[in-house]
Ligand binder design. Structure first.
Ligand code: BV8
Ligand code: ZN
Length: 248
C-alpha cells in the first residue's frame, strides 16, 4: 500500500509542517539540478562559479552563467509539485516552506510562507556595499557597477563560503525543531547548513518524509521515502490531506 494508514493519520493530525526543497523539485519544470547527470556540476564547478572567489576571478563568466539560468528559470513554469505545495500551505495551522532553490518557482506557484535560504536569482546587489540593484543589464555589453560605490553587481544569492541570512536560518532551525511533520523534497542533502534541517526535525520526533527518486545521505533516517518524482507524488499527497481533513 503506497500510502499507509499510519501516513494518512500523520497527514490528518499534523499541526506544524515544515518543508525543505532542493533543485529536484524544479527538475520537472525543465531546470537543471546540480548533481544529476547533465546538471550544473557536469558542465561547470558550482563550487567555483557559485563562490565570491570565482566571481572576483571571472565576473563575466559567473554573470553569464547566472543570466543563462535566469532566462531558463523565467521561461520555466511551476510544475504540479510546486503547485501542490502552494495549496498544501493553507490546509495546516502552521506551514513553512524553506527552499534552497533560487529559481523563484515556488513564489510563482503561489507559496506565501516561503523562505529562500539561498536567495533569489532575479535579485541583484552590489558585491562591495550590498546595496540592492534594480537595473536590467546585458553582461555581453557591460559589467554593471554600483551607483553608490562603484562596486561590481552580483546576483543576490548565497554562494559557497557565504553565510545565510541569520533570521531565515534561525527560523528554519526553530520551525524544524518544532515540527511534527517534515518533508525533504528534491535535495541531495549535501549542502549545509540547509541539509541539517531534516536531522533537527527527526531528532525531536517529527515524522520525516523524503521525496526523491534516488537515495540520499538522509534516506536511512526518513520515516518514509517515496523514491519517485515530486511532481507526481505531491499532488497525490495533497488529495489525501484534503480527504482526511474533510473527515475531521
Ligand atoms: C556556509 C545558491 C558558513 C547559489 C547554493 C569549505 C569551505 C566553505 C564552506 C564549506 C566548506 N565545506 C563545507 C562547507 C559548507 C558549504 C557546503 O555545505 N558545502 C558542501 C558542498 C559540502 N556550505 C556553504 O558554504 C554555505 N554557507 O556554510 O556559511 C561558512 C562561511 C564561511 C566558511 C565556511 C562556512 C552556503 C551554501 C549555499 C551555497 N549556494 N545555491 C546558486 O544556486 O547558484 S547551493 C546550491 O547547491 C543549491 O542552492 C542547493 O543548496 C545545492 C544543490 O543542492 P540540491 O538542491 O540538493 O540539488 P542537487 O542537484 O544536489 O540534488 C537534487 C536532488 O533532486 C537529487 O538528489 C535528485 O535525486 C533529486 N531529483 C531529481 N529529479 C527529481 C528529484 N527529486 C524529486 N523529484 C524529481 N523529479
Ligand atoms: Zn556598492
Amino acid at each position: 500500500m503506497k500510502y499507509s494508514d499510519e501516513f494518512k493519520d500523520v497527514l490528518k493530525n499534523a499541526k506544524t509542517v515544515v518543508v525543505l526543497t532542493g533543485a529536484g523539485v524544479s527538475k520537472e519544470s525543465g531546470l537543471d539540478t546540480f548533481r544529476d547527470v547533465g546538471g550544473f556540476w557536469g558542465k561547470y564547478n558550482p563550487m567555483e562559479l557559485a563562490s565570491p572567489q570565482g566571481f572576483l576571478e571571472n565576473p563575466k563568466l559567473v554573470l553569464t552563467w547566472y543570466s543563462e539560468r535566469k532566462k531558463k528559470a523565467k521561461d520555466a513554469t511551476p510544475n504540479p509539485g510546486h503547485i501542490a505545495l502552494a495549496e498544501m500551505e493553507i490546509l495546516f495551522d502552521d506551514f513553512f516552506l524553506f527552499t534552497q532553490n533560487v529559481d523563484n518557482l515556488h513564489k510563482r506557484a503561489g507559496s506565501k510562507n516561503l523562505y529562500e535560504l539561498h536567495g533569489n536569482i532575479f535579485e541583484s546587489k552590489c558585491f562591495t556595499c550590498g546595496e540592492p540593484y534594480y537595473e536590467e543589464y546585458d553582461v555581453e555589453k557591460e559589467l554593471p557597477k554600483c551607483p553608490f560605490c562603484g562596486g561590481l553587481i552580483r546576483p543576490n544569492v548565497v554562494w559557497f563560503g557565504e553565510s545565510l541570512q541569520n533570521y531565515i536560518l534561525d527560523l528554519a532551525f526553530e520551525k524544524s525543531q518544532n515540527s511534527d511533520l517534515f518533508f525533504t523534497i528534491g535535495t541531495s542533502s549535501e549542502v549545509y547548513p540547509a541539509a541539517q534541517l531534516p536531522y533537527l526535525a527527526k531528532k525531536q520526533g517529527a515524522y520525516v518524509v523524503e521525496i526523491n527518486p534516488n537515495n540520499t545521505s538522509f534516506t536511512h533516517l526518513a520515516n518514509i521515502h517515496f523514491n519517485e518524482k515530486s511532481g507526481e507524488v505531491l499532488p497525490e499527497i495533497l488529495e489525501i490531506i484534503k480527504k482526511e481533513k474533510e473527515r475531521l
